[in-house]
Design a protein around this ligand. Structure first.
Ligand code: SF4
Length: 379
């Protein structure tokens, strides 16, 4: 496969589709499983990693082990996966290696094993420090269990930890959200991801009558998030992500800047050069055919130059620093104005897009209507 980005590093995503129990709002590709199913899945994953052709000679700058709840896996299985990745690919020495962990699924022994296998970043799914809200969400853990996991992670030496938080939970007030933010910020993690609840079709939440915060409250919650986290030393660097200086998630920044990535596992998606493809979401098909990646991939048509330009814009604009006009010109051989002049003019005149030092980015108001702005970059 020809790839003009082949001299730059790439990233790897590994999907672990297992959870102890399904949360009531979740539509991710995940579900409960037993030890046998997990072991069979990891074997299939190893076969896929051994068989892929892409990535030959490329260095790997980050691995993200996501799910589901990757921490439900026996640590030895996880060790097998990382060993295979290292056999097959050239890892950068300081590569960022993240695993998603849910409280109640990782004890100190497991966390220690993660450190020993080179995992250097944890992303802990807390969602709320209020037990009442955790119950509403259908989470398996309480805040006490989270605190235990968090403190054990620090004890074994993790110095790069993200905490996931959710706003606009049913019955949540503005004051409740602010209290949650302060409680978590005071723990001094390196990174906080703060997403608002989206009620997805087909989930138990969609079938329930929920008392959700109104639009104005949601707006105020979002604005308060950036202001309060700033007080604690976090800078917002993406629509939903806040980090201490230098602790931005490198893997996600790679995604928003269209670095190549290969996804392994059920339903995992990839970007490689001009190709975007995703693995099947059918477990039986995956287990049977993973040694033959072509058989498990669902391909999209190759990206055209216009598709790449649109992706450059709507992924790059997710970041608060926005996109560089010079980078656009370097990538596509033409000025950004010659392609998007009209759209840029429209939104700059409305002060929803701003321009400074050769970069274009969303204003605070622009962030609130980002979906409609991004849609206009599709060619
Ligand atoms: S732990 Fe995460 S992936 Fe698993 S069911 Fe809950 S929200 Fe979904």
């Amino acid at each position: 496969m020809k790839n003009r980005k082949e001299n730059s590093p790439m990233e790897i995503y590994i999907h672990i589709p297992f959870c102890i129990r399904k949360c009531d709002y979740c539509d991710f590709l995940s579900g409960p499983s037993g030890p046998e199913e997990q072991a069979d899945y990891v074997q299939a994953l190893l076969r896929e990693i051994q068989a892929v052709e892409e990535g030959e000679g490329r260095s790997v700058s980050s691995i993200f082990i996501g799910g589901g709840t990757p921490s439900v896996l026996d640590e030895r299985l996880l060790g097998d996966i990382l060993r295979e990745i290292r056999n097959r690919f050239k890892m950068e020495e300081d590569a960022e290696i993240t695993i998603e962990v849910n409280p109640g699924t990782a004890n100190i022994g497991k966390l220690q094993a993660y450190r020993e296998m080179g995992i250097n970043r944890l992303s802990i799914g807390l969602q709320s420090p209020e037990d009442r809200e955790l119950k509403i969400l259908g989470r398996i853990h309480n805040y006490g269990q989270f605190l235990e996991t968090y403190q054990e992670a620090r004890t074994v030496g993790f110095d790069n930890i993200n905490i996931d938080l959710m706003s606009a939970i049913p019955d949540q007030t503005y004051e409740g959200w602010v209290k949650n933010l302060r409680t978590v910020a005071e723990l001094e993690p390196e990174h906080i991801s703060a997403y608002s609840l989206i009620v997805e079709e087909g989930t138990p939440f969609a079938a329930r009558k929920l008392n959700l915060p109104d639009e104005d409250t949601e707006y105020n919650m979002y604005e308060a998030t950036a202001q309060i986290l700033k007080e604690y030393g976090f800078e917002q660097y993406e629509i939903s992500n806040y980090a201490r200086k230098g602790r931005e998630c490198r893997h996600n920044v790679g995604y928003w800047t269209r670095q190549d990535y290969l996804g392994f596992g059920l339903g995992a998606s990839s970007l490689y050069g001009k190709e975007r493809f995703a693995n099947t979401a059918d477990m039986k098909k995956y287990l049977k055919n993973s040694k033959n990646p072509e058989k498990i991939r669902e391909k999209e048509p190759s990206l055209t130059r216009e598709d790449e330009m649109a992706e450059f814009m709507f992924l790059g604009l997710r970041m608060t620093k926005g996109i560089s006009k010079a980078d656009f010109q370097r990538c596509f051989g033409c000025t950004i104005e010659s392609v998007y002049g009209e759209v840029l003019e429209k939104y700059e005149s409305m002060e929803l897009l701003l321009e400074k030092d050769g970069r274009i980015f969303l204003s605070r108001e622009g962030i609130h209507v980002s979906n409609s702005i991004m849609a206009e970059f599709l060619l």
